[in-house]
Every structure is written in C-alpha cells, then in structure tokens.
Design a protein. Structure first.
Length: 245
C-alpha cells in the first residue's frame, strides 16, 4: 500500500481553481517533493492531505485513510511542519516536546528527540531566543514526538542560511534511512534534487510533470549541463506562455 494516493483531486475557492484534477502516489519509505511557484496549489494540496481542508472532488488516501473523514486517527500517524512554523516565545524546546507529548497522551524522551534534530544543547533556551534554523529544528522535533509513519514538511528550510538548511537535510535523510515517508514542498530546487526520490512539478493547479529528478532532467533538459532548477524554469515558463497565448 502506498503512503499517499491521490486521484483527480480538485479544490476551488469561488472562481479560482487552486487544485485542478491532479493525481500522484507516494510510496512508503520515499521522499516525495512537490515543487511549484507561489500560487501553484502546493499548500492547498498538502492541507487536504493533512485533513485540514475538504476537497471538492477526487479521491485521497493517506496511510489508507480518508484524511477528511478520519482526521483524528490520521493525526496520530503523521508528523507535520506547517509553512512558517512558530511556537510560544517563552517556551523551551524541551517544554514544547512535553506539551506535544501530553496532547498525544504519550511519554517520550525529550533529550533523545532533541539529539536527533541536533538541538540538545538548546533544550532549555526560550523559543524567542533561538536562531531561525534552531526554530525549524524545534518544528522537526515536534513532528517526531508521536513517532509518525509519514511526515508533511511544507517549505521547512525557507529563509534559513545554507548551514542551517543542510542541518535540516540531514534530519530528513535520517528519517528516510528509518523507513519513514516524507512529503516535502520547497522553493529550493537543489533541495529536491538532493533529497527527493520522486518529484512532481505543479503550476496553476496542475501537475505538469513527475518522475525522479534524473528522469525529469533527461526528459526535458540537457543531461550533461542542466539541473532540476533549469528544467523547472523552462517548464513553468512554457506553461505560463501557453496560458497567455
């Protein structure tokens, strides 16, 4: 069974079609990256998969569950870092983990979780005093509290410096080695090329191509010269030109 199965998914806000009949699957143990410019429909798609937003049409299964109808059961099995993650200013990472553990009704070793995200030395520092990278690591730590099967990471490294971004990458690689499934949205194309097993490029509510990073480059670019970013710019530009015409 796939971790995520999406078929003909649609969502509109009035006359604006945010998600326009997309289909894809994420295998268990896979890092799947959903790429696209602002307004492409990525966050709406993620929120539907997380059970936070109801779809208009199509079929969605996340860990075998309908996320809208079985939201409570699903939330015990997934870990989430929302876009622009924030927490209480005067809570420490250790306290934040304890709070989340109480919500799930479980006991956890906060030090072990903080060690996993390379934040153990900041266990007792107020959230407001942490750097941007450290704050994102708190988000990762909270996503780990319930030992989920599947992670939704919505632009987890946006705004971070290169060193902090790579530290988050290492956590994602560790999750993969543990057999966890990860759905990642990102504005950093090299991030998807570095981490993702499969990529789907989304623009104006549609998926315009998907496959492994190497497959996409081979299909649309120059294998010897182009990166995933080069192909992304080309495809989105062509899509915009076609709609303008």
């Amino acid at each position: 069974m796939a971790a995520i199965e999406v078929s003909s998914l649609k969502k509109a806000y009035g006359s604006l079609v945010a998600v326009d009949g997309i289909s894809f699957a994420v295998d268990k143990g896979e890092v799947f990256s959903l790429l696209g410019p602002n307004g492409a429909g990525k966050t709406t798609t993620i929120e539907i998969l997380e059970g936070l937003r109801e779809r208009d049409a199509g079929d969605v299964r996340v860990l075998g569950l309908d996320p809208w109808k079985s939201g409570y059961e699903l939330h015990t099995k997934i870990g989430v870092i929302p876009q622009g993650f924030k927490f209480v200013d005067y809570a420490t990472p250790k306290e934040a983990i304890g709070y989340y553990a109480d919500l799930f009704g479980i006991r956890v070793d906060a030090r072990s979780i903080l060690r996993k995200v390379i934040l153990e030395d900041s266990a007792n520092i107020y959230f407001s005093k942490l750097s941007g990278g450290q704050k994102q690591k708190v988000g990762l730590a909270l996503a780990l509290v319930n030992d989920p099967e599947l992670f939704f990471l919505d632009e987890p490294t946006t705004g971070l410096d290169p060193q902090a971004r790579r530290a988050v990458w290492e956590v994602i690689r560790t999750l993969k080695t543990e057999g966890k499934s990860v759905m990642l949205t990102t504005h950093y194309l090299e991030e998807a090329e570095e981490l993702a097993d499969k990529v789907a490029i989304m623009d104006k509510g549609k998926i315009i191509t998907s496959g492994t990073p190497n497959e996409i480059i081979a299909r649309y670019g120059n294998v010897e010269r182009d990166s995933l970013e080069d192909v992304f710019v080309k495809l989105v530009g062509e899509q915009d030109a076609a709609q303008a015409g």
